[in-house]
Design a binder for this molecule. Structure first.
Ligand code: LLP
Length: 448
């Protein structure tokens, strides 16, 4: 987070003042820090250096080709889940030999495309999919490299149940019994080359326990199923490394590595990681302008121009994103800024949520307000009962930790053109996606 900091009362991204960027590129605006992206990528590489893993950045978390190019140049591979994501990776100059392709419903065209482009492996999620890949590879006269995505039936204890993927009630992966049968019969699929096994437990996995639990099962599984026809040389542990949004205790990359590496050693596998959130999440903010303030006698609302169409996480998962004005002389009371009063601020928020807070100025000089967007849905709320400094119409707010599953999950709902995306590198900023226009909203539509 050190790439986002307040200097002379102004929020900066690296060497650029955020308000100046907002004035130049308009609002709402996604601002990414190149140094933050690379810093996180390098930190993962360093923590896992002993295993020299393929770090396959999870494209779904942040899919702009400008971002993918930055990571590709740093040596990143990519975890994809669609033909569209493969197209993005190739456009960004990504190396297909470092691409892994997951997803429960891969289309025939997507499979052909992946094989044509010689990606490292398809992470297969069912027996039916494996049969289909066998048929397609036979038709193409090729051999398809695959890993089996195993469902270890481990609870990743994600903050929101919607993002847990490694339990048997989830649609993802193949249960170990079925996987065992598949491997024993692999000779019946001559156009399949079984390269390894894969898991993805959920996102975020804010402790190392679930990895250990799953890898324990996998290590035994690998030991029991190695044969000349199934060398199982790759162990792909998926994504899920946590991110500090509020006050979570998130293991360091070092701690994740300490949990994972013994299993890598034990199995002798090559390691693949698929981090998304932990690289992109705190590498970007969404800047939004205050349009109106409203007090209905019960509640105070800060109405901003960005909406759930731009950042859906609070509406969809009740996710917490720290919000603070881009102009402020006070250190934002957040762990993101290492602020000493962060615990106190968070405790007051909890008290406010329980009904103790008010709309009036609080003794700490903050008011209690709901930060809401323009979309015609009651769920279009970024923050409920949040303490904020008094702001005026026209002032900008920064919504932090917006880089992962922010823009990539955005939509044009309510016919709002999507915001621009800008990548800051030191003292320069480059547009990596232009703000959409009304023409973009209607592209492909026909008047009959
Ligand atoms: N690999 C696979 C197969 C995945 O499904 C995912 C994320 C990742 C890697 C990357 O996980 P990460 O390192 O980012 O935790 N939209 C939700 C998160 C959904 C995650 C989907 N899969 C959110 O905004 O919290």
């Amino acid at each position: 987070m050190e790439q986002f900091r307040y200097e002379s009362g102004q929020l900066h991204c690296e060497g650029m003042a955020v308000d100046a960027l907002a004035a130049e590129y308009g609002i709402p605006l996604y601002i990414y820090s190149k140094a933050a992206l690379l810093g996180r990528f390098e930190a993962i590489r360093k923590a896992f250096a002993e295993a020299a893993p393929i770090i396959a950045f999870s494209v779904k978390s942040c899919s702009n080709i400008g971002i993918l190019k930055v990571l590709q140049e740093a040596g990143s591979g990519f975890d994809i889940v669609s033909g569209g994501e493969l197209a993005r990776v190739l456009k960004a100059g990504g190396d297909p030999r470092k691409v892994v392709f997951a997803g429960v419903a891969k289309a025939d065209d997507e499979i052909r495309d992946a094989l044509d482009n010689d990606i490292l492996m398809l992470n297969v999620e069912s027996e039916a999919e494996l049969d289909n890949i066998q048929n397609i590879a036979a038709e193409m006269g090729t051999v398809a490299p695959v890993a089996l995505r195993l469902n270890p039936d481990v609870d990743a204890r994600t903050p929101n149940a919607k993002t847990t993927t490694g339990k048997k009630e989830n649609k993802f992966g193949i249960d170990l019994m079925t996987a065992s049968r598949i491997i024993k019969n692999i000779a019946l699929s001559p156009n399949i080359r079984l390269l390894g096994v894969d898991i993805h437990l959920g996102s975020p996995v804010n402790s190392t326990g679930p990895y250990k639990e799953a890898l324990n099962k996998l290590a035994d599984f690998i030991r029991d199923h190695r044969s000349p026809r199934s060398q199982l040389e790759y162990l792909d542990i998926g994504g899920g490394f946590g991110l500090l949004y509020r006050d979570e205790t998130v293991p360091t990359f070092q701690e994740y590595a300490e949990a994972v590496l013994p299993f890598v050693k034990k199995t002798g596998c090559k390691l693949i990681l698929e981090p998304g959130r932990s690289i992109a999440g705190n590498s970007s903010i969404l800047v939004s302008q205050v349009r109106y303030l409203k007090d209905n006698g019960t509640k105070h609302f800060t109405i901003v121009d960005a909406g759930m169409n731009d950042l859906i996480r609070p509406a969809m998962y009740d996710s917490y994103h720290f919000i603070w004005p881009t102009k402020s002389t006070r250190t934002p009371p957040s762990h993101l800024f290492g602020a000493a009063d962060a615990p106190e601020y968070i405790a007051r928020e909890a008290a406010d949520a329980a009904g103790g807070g008010g709309r009036e100025m609080q003794p700490d000089g903050l008011i209690v307000t709901d930060v809401v967007g323009p979309i015609c849905e009651s769920s279009d709320v970024f923050a409920k009962g949040r303490r904020l400094p008094v702001v005026n119409r026209g002032q900008n707010l920064a919504i932090f930790s917006a880089g992962a599953y922010g823009f990539s999950m955005s939509s044009q709902y309510n016919s709002h053109p999507r915001p621009a995306e800008v990548l800051v590198d030191g003292e320069t900023a480059r547009i990596i996606r232009h703000r959409e226009t009304y023409d973009c909203l209607m592209r492909g539509e026909e008047l009959l």
